[in-house]
Design a protein around this ligand. Structure first.
Ligand code: C2E
Ligand code: CA
Ligand code: CA
Length: 694
């Protein structure tokens, strides 16, 4: 404090401005201070007490700069006041930051006025309005603005602000490459004028809706941009109070791509890129709806590659995959653009032909499909020939639903297979019946082993020269509660097809060996047992080990076992079959060629493989008494077999005449109804006991 307080003077001055002070004391929201020429406080209202923390008593007589002026601005403030008091240069009202008693900043809007009282003393009055709230609000606005700016910098969305008519007033983006036009070409223009018509229409429609209903609208669209096709998602909301519309646009190309990939995966086969089963059947349903409306015909082809499994098994999956891809390409080339080729799974394909007027049309495509496989496939330096079997079902003749048509085309395909493959077959009602039966058998066969529905019967084998029982052939019987008795001729091919022949065949081997051991013991006779083995069983790599183990567990000598196989087994020419045959031969098991005369009757097989026995098919045996050609054939077979050291069994012997002729022809063994039908274990034991008694 520069000077001691002159209270006399103070009193004078108070008196002078009393009416004003009276007024100022009443307003607490405004801080009013009076200073004399020395800048000492002569008046300090309630508002000043509240704003700066000093009571009136504390403030009176103190210098302005000591009380509320921060250090760094003391000099300019004092100078300014001095100039004003001396020269009359007014200090303009302004924002200024002063200081509270506690040292904190006090932002104020400060106005000043100078009075000259009747003693000619100049008095400075400061009227300060607290700006703390305003400043805080301003700070908040700035903070929010910066935050928003930072947010916009980090998110790649486009942000537009427009009026309710869609005229763009403002935009922001950190990702300029997604702007369809330059800002100068869209600012101040309606959004609708800046985009292609179809998309502009979408925007206009949604903006109208948002304005009218105060909702948030969201929609997707795509635009061709310099960087390619870009997918966008637009969100539109209404700033009702400001009559503005906010549009936020997000680039969703990546999401779109992922969604496409997922969709593609769900609808297309990953290997061949053809429509998968799901999509193909969906297209079929669609075609059916169209065809019904337009009175059109549709053709459905069910295609199965012949012997594909064999290729896959022997040459490996890689070649198999390549073959499938190439097959898919070939099939695709043959059909018209509007037709569909799909992969149903594995080596099965479907072809859908729309609007076929007659069967001739269909046949042309069928022939072209078969033809396109005539050229061999050249894969990894190998030339492979592959054929296909094709089943045809027509809408509306063979069904009206997609599942019915697919099933019937499948049935027709089976027919094509049984016609010898590499061919086609139209569906007929008769096929349906046999197919249903087939499916029923297949269904019942699952679990039949576990339910003990199978039983092995035995048909005796007679030595012609000694007229004695030497052994038996194991023949499988199946009784199913719902289907009754099913013959092996019917169920064995199905068991082969499904692969169930492997466990079923093992069951037969085990049963037959188990029985043979008991039979030999009971009768004290080295009977033999012939067991039929299917081609499919040879593909099972476990066969040899299984046979070896079963021989041990059932305590049977391999010498008394004979495996009957057909030429079909050998025709595949696979090395694993050769290995299995050699392995079985090494164990001591005899090999018998079954049904001789019905297939290729190739002599070379008899030479190449270690056969011990040959069985003349019963169709020739039947003919020997009536047909000279059959007689000659049987004669030739027997002498040829004997020349190779192979014993001969004649099957299906039903009459005494046949027995006499076969005896004359030097046949070794006989089997047939003339002697016995296949019989159960106890019956065979009883039969052989009876024989011994004679
Ligand atoms: P296959 O191996 O040629 O068996 C002979 C078939 O002729 C048997 O029919 C037998 O009952 C029948 N048969 C025997 N003697 C006569 C006769 O004098 N006249 C007539 N008309 N038929 C006679 P089945 O038991 O119905 O077997 C049919 C075919 O099923 C068998 O022909 C065989 O290929 C197959 N099979 C049977 N059991 C098995 C088996 O356990 N495994 C395999 N893989 N195939 C089997
Ligand atoms: Ca047989
Ligand atoms: Ca046979």
């Amino acid at each position: 404090m520069d000077s001691p307080i002159d209270t006399t003077l103070l009193n004078h001055q108070f008196i002078v401005n009393d009416p004003l002070h009276y007024l100022f004391d009443a307003v607490k929201a405004i801080a009013v201070q009076g200073y004399d020429e020395e800048r000492c406080v002569i008046y300090w209202n309630k508002g000043s007490e509240l704003l700066y923390g000093y009571t009136s008593e504390e403030a009176l007589g103190q210098k302005l700069e000591d009380l509320i002026i921060p250090h760094d601005i003391r000099k300019p403030v004092v100078d300014e006041i001095t100039v004003w008091l001396q020269k009359g240069t007014e200090i303009p009202a302004s924002e200024i930051t002063l200081r509270h008693k506690n040292g904190k900043d006090v932002p104020v809007f400060s106005s000043h006025v100078i009075f000259t009282n009747k003693y000619k003393n100049k008095q400075l009055y400061c009227i300060d309005v607290d700006l703390a709230d305003v400043k805080a609000a301003q700070a908040l606005v700035i903070y929010k603005e910066r935050m928003l700016k930072a947010a916009f910098e980090t998110i790649p969305d486009l942000f537009f602000l427009m009026d309710e008519e869609g005229v763009i007033n403002y935009y922001h983006t950190s990702n300029k490459k997604n702007l369809y036009k330059l800002p100068k070409d869209f600012i101040g223009k309606p959004m609708g004028d800046c985009l292609p018509t179809d998309i502009a229409d979408k925007f206009i429609k949604h903006i109208k809706k948002v304005v009218k209903q105060n909702t948030v609208e969201c929609f997707e669209y795509k635009l061709t941009m310099p960087q390619g096709l870009v997918y966008f998602e637009a969100r539109i909301s209404h700033l009702h109070e400001y009559k503005q519309v906010v549009v936020i646009i997000r680039d969703i190309t990546e999401q779109h791509k992922s969604a496409e990939i997922i969709k593609h995966h769900a609808y297309y086969d990953a290997l061949t890129l053809l429509p998968n089963r799901f999509l193909a059947l969906d297209r079929l349903s669609q075609l059916l709806r169209e065809a019904e409306r337009n009175n059109e015909k549709i053709a459905i082809f069910f295609i199965d590659l012949d012997d594909f499994k064999k290729v896959n098994d022997t040459l490996g999956h890689e070649i198999g995959d390549k073959l499938l891809i190439e097959s898919a390409n070939r099939l695709n080339k043959v059909v018209r653009k509007e037709d569909t080729v799909g992969r149903l799974g594995g080596d099965e394909f479907i072809v859908l032909l729309k609007d076929v007027n007659d069967n001739l049309n269909v046949l042309t495509v069928v022939e072209n499909l078969l033809k396109c496989f005539r050229e061999s496939f050249s894969l990894d330096g190998r030339d492979l020939t592959l054929t296909l079997s094709l089943g045809i079902a027509l809408y509306p003749d063979n069904g009206t639903t997609s599942s019915e048509l697919l099933r019937n085309a499948d049935i027709a395909m089976y027919q094509a297979k049984s016609l010898g493959r590499n061919t086609y077959s139209f569906f007929t009602k008769k096929m349906n019946k046999s197919m249903l039966r087939r499916l029923e058998i297949e269904e019942q066969m699952h679990g039949a082993l576990e339910r003990n529905e199978f039983e092995v019967h035995y048909q005796p084998k007679i030595d012609i020269k000694h007229n004695s029982l030497v052994g038996a052939e194991a023949l499988l019987r199946w009784h199913n509660p719902s289907l009754g008795n099913i013959t092996p001729d019917e169920f064995i091919p199905i068991a082969e097809h499904t692969g169930l022949i492997v466990p079923i065949g093992s069951f037969v081997i085990k049963q037959a060996l188990n029985f043979l051991h008991r039979w030999q013991n009971i009768q004290q006779n080295p009977y033999t047992m012939a067991i039929n083995i299917s081609p499919r069983q040879f593909r099972d790599t476990e066969l040899l080990t299984f046979v070896e183990n079963t021989l041990t567990t059932e305590n049977v000598s391999a010498k008394s076992i004979e495996f009957e196989i057909t030429e079909g087994v050998l025709m595949n020419g696979q090395s694993y079959i050769q290995e299995a045959l050699i392995g079985l031969n090494k164990l001591g098991i005899k090999l018998s060629m079954d049904d001789f005369g019905t297939g290729y009757s190739s002599l070379s097989y008899l030479r190449r493989y270690p056969f011990d026995v040959l069985k003349i098919d019963r169709s020739f045996v039947k003919g020997i008494t009536i047909d000279k050609a059959d007689l000659d054939l049987v004669k030739a077979i027997i002498s040829m077999a004997h020349s190779l050291g192979i014993l001969v069994v004649a099957e299906g012997v039903e009459t005494k005449e046949q027995v006499i002729i076969l005896h004359e022809l030097n046949c070794d063994y006989l089997q047939g109804y003339y002697y016995n039908k296949p019989m159960t274990e106890p019956n065979l034991i009883a039969y052989s006991k009876k024989l011994l008694c004679f």
